[in-house]
Write a protein that binds this ligand. Sequence first.
Ligand code: MTE
Length: 332
Amino acid sequence: MLIPSRASGFHLPSSEITPKDVYEGRRDLLRLMAGGAAGAALASWAGRSALAQTLPPRPGKQAPLQAARSAVPGAVSLEKPTSYLDATSYNNFYEFGTDKADPARNAHTLKTSPWTVEVEGLVRKPGKYGLDDLLKLGAQEERIYRLRCVEGWSMVIPWVGYSLAELIRRVEPQGSAKYVEFVTLADKATMPYVGSRVLDWPYTEGLRLDEAMHPLTLLAFGMYGEMLPPQNGAPVRLVVPWKYGFKSAKSIVKIRFVEKEPSTAWNKAARQEYGFYSNVNPEVDHPRWSQATERRIGEDGLFAKKRKTLMFNGYEAQVGQLYTGMDLKKFY
Ligand code: MTE
């Protein structure tokens, strides 16, 4: 449970959180930056050094949001987490631009307070939740998930949040509710690309109700022990680790329970390329490229090997049964 603290507003008694060394890379960099040596540290970033040097030193110290390690099966990867700097400077958040560096440059305009998430549609208990109430609805946990983007790169991130199922149970879906639609903020005043023709705004996503109820589906408020930075989808986003990253909607303002499969932003933009299911499946190529391998962000460089992409992004044991009997080439 969340306990208010003087310093941050939120503090959780942490029993077992990510060990300090996980964040070491980030701290070293901050130290170098403080000493004016950021350029040297970033030089090793081959292709991205130019980008990193144009960024503000870091998104700003976010309020700490600690949590106990999750006990949900499969929720904690033993892989080395991606560095904080990589995870916060190589992003997709089209409301702030289409270049990977744009969200870190532009998303500081996102206004995350006050923030309300409206739960509506086929539920017995619809309602509006202020962020503080939403934060307290479930026990915050740390989960180290892989996020695999449809573009062929991946990261490993210690997220903080709780299973979306906790919220869903509370609002009591009606029998007719079969899908959950996620609607994200579309505010022209603070999001420079909303209004552009890149996507049909607002960015929306959807899950089948049983996918949304799966314990691995995370409503995330933080990462690396802190509140989410704007470019990663502050103040609340979804993380669905067995699906391509675009399913993980950022800056959510509405959660709607519906009977029919909702259309999604990427499905509307390119139906042949982005189906509703979007499960990570190395056997189904994207029409324009293979999905068999991936590049782990932070492992780039001339000799960096690509990794083999795993079925359901490595979460097959946990989620495979959701798709029993389905032709996953048809339902891509
Ligand atoms: N959510 C919104 N609102 N807008 C977006 O453009 N991009 C998606 C997803 N969520 C996106 C979004 C895509 S394509 C990916 S790969 C992930 O966010 C990237 O998350 P990250 O930048 O935190 O790694």
